[in-house]
Each structure stands twice: as C-alpha cells, then as structure tokens.
Design a protein around this ligand. Sequence first.
Ligand SMILES: C[S@@+](CC[C@H](N)C(=O)[O-])C[C@H]1O[C@@H](n2cnc3c(N)ncnc32)[C@H](O)[C@@H]1O
Length: 386
Amino acid sequence: MDGLRVLELYSGIGGMHYALKESGVMAEVVAAVDVNTTANHIYKHNFPNTTLLPKTIEGITINEFDKLGFDMILMSPPCQPFTRIGLQGDVSDPRAKSFLYILDLLPRLSKLPRFILLENVKGFETSSARDALLKTLRDCGYSFQELLLTPTCLGIPNSRLRYFLIAKAPPDSFTFQISSEILESFPSSSGNYASSETTMVPDCPSESLDSTNGEDGTILYKLETAQDAHRKMGQNSDESVRRIQEFLEVQEEDGGDMEQYLLPPKTLLRYALLMDIVRPTCRRSVCFTKGYGHYVEGTGSVLHSCVEEDMEEAFRSLELQPDEEKLRRLKRLKLRYFTPREIANLMGFPADFTFPEDVSVKQCYRVLGNSLNVHVVAQLIKVMLS
Ligand SMILES: C[S@@+](CC[C@H](N)C(=O)[O-])C[C@H]1O[C@@H](n2cnc3c(N)ncnc32)[C@H](O)[C@@H]1O
C-alpha cells in the first residue's frame, strides 16, 4: 500500500495531513485546497513543501483534478450548513455548493479515488447532503461505513462527537463487516466492532439549563441539570480516559505566564454559573469551537487552575452575593481559558505543529475550533486501509 497520492480538500490547518502522517501509511499529500487566508498561512508554515491551492474547490476544473492523479480524498466540508446551532440550510446553503460540486465531479473523474474519508459535525447524518453523498458513492460502486466518534473513545479527555464516513472503491472492500447502521465505536478487522466502554455523550451545551435545587430551593452548585452533573461525575471516574493535566502547557504549580488567559471580571460575573469548568485532574472537557475565548457559553471548557481553592465553596449561594463578593470568590479560583497549544494537544496535533508568530490567539482558537481530532482520524485511516 505504498506511495498513495492524497488530495486534502478543505485543508484548514492540516488536521487531515497530520492524521495521515500519524497513521504511518506511505502517502504524499499531492495538493491541499482551502480559501481561508489565516488557515492557509498556518498550513504553509507547517507544511512548506506541500502544494497548497488557495482557491475555492468549485474553482478547480475536472481536468485540473485529473492531472493531480490522486488515490485518496481526505475532506472536512464546512459544517455550518449542518450544525444544530446553525440555520441548517443544508444543500440550499451556499456553503454546501462546493461539496455538491465534488459529488458531481466524482463519477466523472478519469480514475475513481480508491479511498475517501469525510469528517463532519453530528447532524450531517440526517442532512440531504449526506443522502446525496451516499447516492453518489453507491452509483460509483463504493463500499462505505458511517461512524459517529468522539476522542474519549481513545482515552482523550475531550468530547468532539463527529460524523465520519470511510469509503473504498471497487474492487477493494473492508476487512470488517460493514453495516448500514452508523457505528459508535471503531470497527476491528476481526469482523466485530471494537468495544467502547466510554459512553457517547453529546458535546453540545445542555439545552435546558435548569438549576439543581437543594431541598430548601437554593442552587447547590452551578446552573446545570442533575443529569449533567451525574454525567460529568461518571466521565471523571472513567480511568480509561487520561487526565487533563497531561495536556497542559505548564504544570500549574510551576507558575507560567497564564495571566493573559485568565477570564476577565466581566465574563466571570456574567457567565460563571454557565461555564463548563474542569480541573487538571478531570478526565473530561467539552468540545472547543471556533468562538472559544470570545463567547463563553458552550464554546469549550475553562480551567480551574488554582486547585487549592475549593470550587464548590466559591459557588455556594453565589447568585445571592453582591458583585464585589462574587468577583472576589471567583478570582481566587483563577479560572482561565485553555491556551491554543493545550487545545492543539487535546486535539492530537503533534509537538512540531506550531502557529506562526503573527497569528493572534483569537485566530488560533478559530482555526482550531474548525479542525478535527488528529488521533481519531489517524485510526480511521488505518481502518480504511487495513
Ligand atoms: C471544517 S473546516 C476544515 C478544517 C480542516 N480539516 C482542519 O484540520 O483545519 C472547513 C474549511 O473549508 C474551507 N472552505 C469552505 N468553503 C470552501 C470552498 N468552497 N473552497 C475551499 N475551501 C473552502 C474553510 O476555509 C475551512 O478552512
């Protein structure tokens, strides 16, 4: 299986390229395509020798694609048309146009790519874009498998539930029994599905943030449902998942210049009760999205970095306190954002992945939020090629 030629579409910061490297497959990215200037700048910085086409996919002709002579497509189409929080325009959303262009093009290529891997948000599986994808693959004779996977099933303390599809062109077929069901764990080549002891948990913010009331009606802790609190406790006691501290840039006791990542007073006062807060010893964090560091609610976990300070104590009857007291208590916890490097660590980017110096922290969060978990995709590439 040597020397595969890979086309990386919607390449962003190169999550797919890193996954390909991690998979150990002998392959070369013959071209990466993306229109985003910042993402392309970061991609070029890390992969200076890869041909990067800074243009729209629909601006590339079938002849140009044919000339690239690729055996594999790795792609993460823009997810906004399919996200649950988006307007869900699906195929009518102009951002789905390039994807429909690819589907139209695929059967007309001079040679069908042998392998296709697609990543998208949860929600894609119920879209008509997915129906169109499956129809195209069936028409071309591909065998394929759909999956919904989150990094916690690889022991990574971060939820990022995503839709994946892996496909093989005829005459190749998979070494495991494919299913029309969407798998929720990695298939194993023995024919069975690898068991996953980790429960699949949705990584979106809970839709109803009821307060957890004590018998006297006071809020016990934070604004979260009893169900959420229970789920988080379960996640934290799952020893098959590593601790957050392994992914941090510095051990908190060493200090380190984390001032710039501390949550500002306004944010603390306004959102403290709604934030997903984790400690270094936790075995969970929620999905980091592109609004991280900008919008607080539902964009990713924040870190309780001063662990000597008791969080429950700080939050006790917090809503009843005057702002000054609220702030005094909250500041002691040293709640901070994860740094871009830490998020990159959780998302499986290797140590040699770096951001160019002229990219702002906000831009880093944005492109990371759009990217993918490298380890999950690396495993899937291995499964696809086995
Ligand atoms: C979900 S992100 C993919 C991220 C990528 N997998 C990574 O690891 O960073 C989608 C990417 O598609 C790019 N994109 C959206 N529409 C495009 C189009 N019509 N042509 C080329 N790139 C496009 C966006 O700029 C964005 O970087």
